[in-house]
Design a protein around this ligand. Structure first.
Ligand code: MN
Length: 191
């Protein structure tokens, strides 16, 4: 199986000024592409040569895991944004958020805190458990909640390459802007 960089559902300048074209040129065009290229090179001749990406994320170790999970995580991240996003969740997803955190605002605060306090490089995630409840988890580096049997619904990339060109070292400013382009229609469909 030859992995490919998925085409984004929006133009590279479409998310500015929240995420600049320059950031997407590097984050999507260079970093995401590099993970795809590395994965294709690494799986050749291994047991994962014909595996699908989800199997690699769940089962692989070392470089194959790191690059495979980074391909999956970035695709999941980029595809949750929209130029005209649905700003607030509704229906079953909103009910599940309110059951866990009491209010949408309280959830946003808890998620923002998880993203802001993650030490070093990694990802903050909204996930669904086997029981159908919601939770917020942090993973370091290429980590992915599917390794722990959780279903990812939304993620915030807090590697510095996600925000440094636009926000320099001010990660909380990136997280505050993140909410402005999250399309809750996408998250509802994942739920
Ligand atoms: Mn990234």
């Amino acid at each position: 199986m030859k992995f490919e960089l998925p085409k984004l559902p929006y133009a590279l300048d479409a998310l500015k000024p929240i995420i600049s074209e320059q950031t997407l040129n590097f984050h999507y065009g260079k970093h995401h592409q590099a993970y795809v290229n590395n994965l294709n090179n690494l799986v050749a001749g291994t047991e994962f040569e014909n595996a699908d990406l989800e199997t690699i994320v769940k089962k692989a170790e070392g470089g194959i895991f790191n690059n495979g999970a980074q391909v999956w995580n970035h695709t999941f991240y980029f595809f949750q944004f929209a130029v005209a996003p649905k700003a607030i969740p509704e229906g079953k997803l909103l009910a599940a958020i309110e059951a866990k955190w009491e209010s949408f605002d309280a959830f946003k605060e808890a998620f923002s805190k998880a993203a802001a306090t993650l030490f070093g490089s990694g990802w903050a995630w909204l996930v669904k458990t086997d029981a159908g409840d919601l939770d917020i988890v942090q993973t370091s580096n290429a980590g992915n909640p599917m390794r722990d049997g959780l279903t990812p619904l939304m993620t915030c990339d807090v590697w510095e390459h996600a925000y440094y060109l636009d926000k320099q070292n001010v990660r909380p400013a990136y997280i505050a802007d993140f909410w402005k382009i999250i399309d809750w229609k996408v998250i509802e469909e994942r739920f």
